[in-house]
Design a protein around this ligand. Sequence first.
Ligand code: ZN
Length: 136
Amino acid sequence: MKTSLKEITISTKSRIQLIDITGQVEELVRNAGVTNGICLIFSLHSTTAVVINENEKGLLSDIVRKVSEEFPKGAGWSHDRIDDNADAHLASTFIGSSRALPIIGGGLMRGTWQSIFLLELDGPRTRTLIVEVIGE
Ligand code: ZN
């Protein structure tokens, strides 16, 4: 069995933003030399998420809008008394900090319209993701 553990560092530009990391993840998978296995993408932050969907401009703005609607800022959250970013923690909690994808034939298996994104929820900040590849 082979394993590879690498970091991706990203500087985000907005408070809520989707950053396409598909190319970087695919490069790490290719370099890991694994033919069949699993790729885990995990964000090391409590106010980000990792999501998979289509990289279409309108959809990306719809996702940002939906996150803002579902997790409104300043809605009387208890955590805002100490840190003023409860909405970001809540969105991260319910959307999730990681995704795992299959590796088949040396590459990431994903649908034509499936891209991988870091979802920034309390930017702009510098963020670190772990990409772990396990397989044979
Ligand atoms: Zn906080």
